[in-house]
Write a protein that binds this ligand. Structure first.
Ligand code: DAH
Length: 328
């Protein structure tokens, strides 16, 4: 009923004769498929007398197992053949140069921010970042900016509603951090700010860096020193800068720093001053014991000077021809 030797020999011969994977697969299906040779044999076992079933079943399983091994071995043999033929027939030019990969690069504004962050981190300033959505209190009131201050007009500010707005400067970080921490503090922050402005020196979104120090015996000369050092390092040369008296509601005295550019013009670059005692008081810091200085500057202004660009809007036009020039 089941001649093991004959079946094994025939299957072995057919398998070894097959010249490719398609032929091999059809042999496998003929033998092991649902309607294949072995399925039929197993079905026929039902008609056998019980005493023969175990014997025949054993022989069928033995044949299946051994034939499967031959199938696997022959498959490996054929697959290796395919690879070898490919390797000998196909020409592979190892001298061919690699495919060009178009790598992106950091945006010039990001590079400037990284440079500034590096400078302040190296001098022990702690980087603190806050939300770009602010309320009137932190953006204005807590900074001594009264209700009738021009910066509060709807003209300048993007508002969500009566209370929420997109911060118009990073100075809000000052008061928030002062309320959360206690002196000594040496903090800086960098981030996006928003104003309703659009011309060659203004875009509705731009970046600011804010810094402040609160400690015992902090005075204006500390502020001057850090600013001078910063600008010399940033522009990699000693630039002419001047402190011009100015007014900010949250600093007293206040000043602005101007830089002399190559065309002989003074460019306003940074606002600063000694932190107003009212601000310290609001943050529960005793102004009779502690003092501090603060400064804030626009990143794009610095980038324009560094890269000699006279229209700020090009930074945000996403024109690759412009951006690729900054690739290092
Ligand atoms: N927040 C000011 C602005 O956006 C800049 C500024 C001025 C920041 C004086 C300061 C400061 O910290 O002390 O124009």
């Amino acid at each position: 009923m089941f001649n093991y030797t004959k079946i094994f020999k025939e299957a072995n011969k057919a398998i070894k004769k097959s010249k490719n994977l398609y032929e091999l697969e059809s042999i496998r299906i003929n033998l092991f498929g649902k309607k294949g040779f072995f399925s039929k044999k197993i079905k026929l076992m039902r008609d056998l007398p019980i005493k023969d079933r175990a014997k025949i079943g054993f022989l069928i399983n033995k044949a299946k197992e051994n034939i499967k091994k031959i199938l696997v071995n022959h498959r490996i043999f054929l697959e290796n053949n395919i690879i070898n033929t490919k390797l000998t027939n196909e020409f592979f030019d190892i001298s061919l140069s690699g495919r060009y990969m178009n790598l992106g690069s950091l945006h010039p504004i990001t590079c400037v921010i990284f440079d500034i962050e590096k400078f302040f981190k190296e001098r022990g300033f702690l980087l603190v970042n806050e939300s770009e959505i602010e309320n009137d209190y932190y953006n204005f009131d807590a900074l001594n900016i009264s209700n009738d201050h021009p910066a509060r007009s709807t003209h300048d500010t993007f508002r969500f509603d009566e209370f929420k707005l997109l911060r118009t400067h990073t100075s809000s970080v000052q008061i928030k951090t002062m309320c959360e921490r206690s002196p000594p503090m040496k903090i800086f922050s960098s981030g996006k700010v928003y104003r309703r402005d659009y011309d060659k020196n203004h875009t509705p979104m731009f970046h600011q860096i804010e810094g402040f120090v609160v400690d015992l015996d902090v005075n204006f000369s500390h502020l001057k020193k850090i600013c001078y050092d910063f600008f010399s390092e940033f522009f990699k040369k000693k630039l002419k800068i001047r402190f011009r008296p100015s007014y900010f509601p949250f600093t007293e005295p206040s000043a602005e720093i101007d830089i002399l550019n190559d065309n002989g013009n003074w460019l306003e670059i940074l606002g600063c001053g000694m932190i107003h005692p009212n601000i310290l008081k609001d943050a529960k810091i005793d102004p009779d014991i502690y003092s501090g200085f603060a400064f804030g500057m626009g990143v794009e202004r610095l980038a324009m000077l560094r890269y000699k660009i006279d229209d700020l809007r090009v930074f945000f036009d996403n024109d690759l021809r412009f951006l690729k020039q900054f690739k290092s």
